[in-house]
Design a protein around this ligand. Structure first.
Ligand code: 0WE
Length: 258
C-alpha cells in the first residue's frame, strides 16, 4: 500500500489551486505525509496569504518563504526543518521561471541574462535544494522534480525552458548517482501540458492542449491529481528501486510519432 505516514515532505512551487505542486501536496497529505510548504514571497505578502489559505486544510507544520534566488531564505528554510522536524524524507521541486519574452520568437535571440535567469531558477535550484536537503535526509529520502517534453523535443516557443529542462533531467541523473549511496532517490515527472498559472501566461497553450487531446493514446490531457499520484508513488517505498528516471505522466503523448 502507498503509505507516507511519518514522513516529512517539503513541497515547493504552490502558487494557486491550479499548481501541479498543489496536486502533489494533496496526494502526499492523503498518503499520510507531514507537510512543509514554501511559497514565493512578494512585497505585499499577497502570495503568502493566498497560499496559506489554500494549504490550511492540509495542516502543514512548516510554512516558509523560499525564493531560490535568495540564499538567506534557502538557509532559513533548511535550518527550520532541522530545528522543527530534525530530518527530511521528501523534497518536491516544482520551480521554473523564464522571462516572458524568452518564451516566444527566435530561440537564437535569447539574451545572456534571459538564459542565465531560466537556468538559475529552473535548473540550478534543484541542485541547490538537493544539496541543502542531503544532510537532513538521514534515513534516506526521495526527491521529485517536474520536467516537460520540451527538454528532448523542440516544442514551439518553449525555447530556453527546453534547455533548462534538459539540464534539469541531466541534474536528476548526477544527483541520483551521488545520493544513491545515502539511499536518497532522485526522479523527475514529465507532465503533459496542463492549464496552470505558468502555462496560461503562454500564448497558444489551449491549442497545444487540444492537440494532445487528439493525439495522445488516452485522448486527453492529464490532471494535477494524476501527477500528484505519480509523485506520491515515487516518494513511497513502492518505488524503492527507482532512481535517476524521467517518468512520463502525459496520457502517453511522448510515445507518438505522428
Ligand atoms: O514549464 C512550463 C512553464 C514554464 C514557464 C512559464 C512561464 C510563463 C510566464 C516558465 N516561465 C514563465 N515565465 C512567465 O513569465 N511548462 C511546461 C508549461 C508550458 O510553458 C510553455 C509551454 C508549456 C507547455 C511555454 C511555451 C510553449 C509551451
Amino acid at each position: 500500500m502507498l503509505d507516507l505516514t511519518g514522513k516529512n515532505a517539503l513541497v515547493t512551487g504552490i502558487a494557486n489551486n491550479r499548481s501541479i505542486a498543489w496536486g502533489i501536496a494533496q496526494q502526499l497529505h492523503k498518503a499520510g505525509a507531514n507537510l512543509g510548504i514554501t511559497y514565493l514571497s512578494d512585497e505585499k505578502g499577497k502570495m503568502e496569504k493566498k497560499v496559506a489559505e489554500l494549504v490550511e486544510p492540509l495542516n502543514p507544520t512548516l510554512f516558509l518563504p523560499c525564493n531560490v534566488q535568495n540564499d538567506e531564505e534557502i538557509k532559513t528554510t533548511f535550518e527550520t526543518i532541522q530545528d522543527k522536524w530534525g530530518s527530511l524524507d521528501i523534497l518536491i521541486h516544482c520551480l521554473a521561471f523564464a522571462q516572458k519574452d524568452d518564451l516566444s520568437g527566435d530561440f537564437s535571440q535569447t539574451s545572456r541574462e534571459g538564459f542565465r535567469t531560466a537556468l538559475e531558477v529552473s535548473t540550478y535550484s534543484l541542485v541547490q535544494l538537493a544539496g541543502a536537503a542531503k544532510p537532513l535526509m538521514t534515513s534516506g529520502g526521495s526527491i521529485v522534480t517536474l520536467t516537460y517534453l520540451g527538454s528532448i523535443r523542440a516544442i514551439p516557443n518553449y525555447n530556453v525552458m527546453g534547455v533548462a529542462k534538459a539540464g534539469l533531467e541531466a541534474s536528476v541523473r548526477y544527483l541520483a548517482s551521488e545520493l544513491g549511496s545515502a539511499n536518497i532517490r532522485v526522479n523527475a515527472i514529465s507532465a503533459g501540458p496542463i492549464r496552470t498559472l505558468a502555462s496560461s501566461a503562454v500564448g497558444g497553450i489551449l491549442d497545444m492542449i487540444h492537440h494532445v487531446e487528439e493525439v495522445a493514446p488516452l485522448r486527453r490531457t492529464v490532471t494535477q491529481t494524476e501527477v500528484g499520484n505519480a509523485a506520491a508513488f515515487l516518494c513511497s517505498d513502492l518505488a524503492s528501486g527507482i532512481t535517476g528516471q524521467v517518468l512520463y505522466v502525459d496520457a502517453g503523448y511522448e510515445i507518438m510519432g505522428m
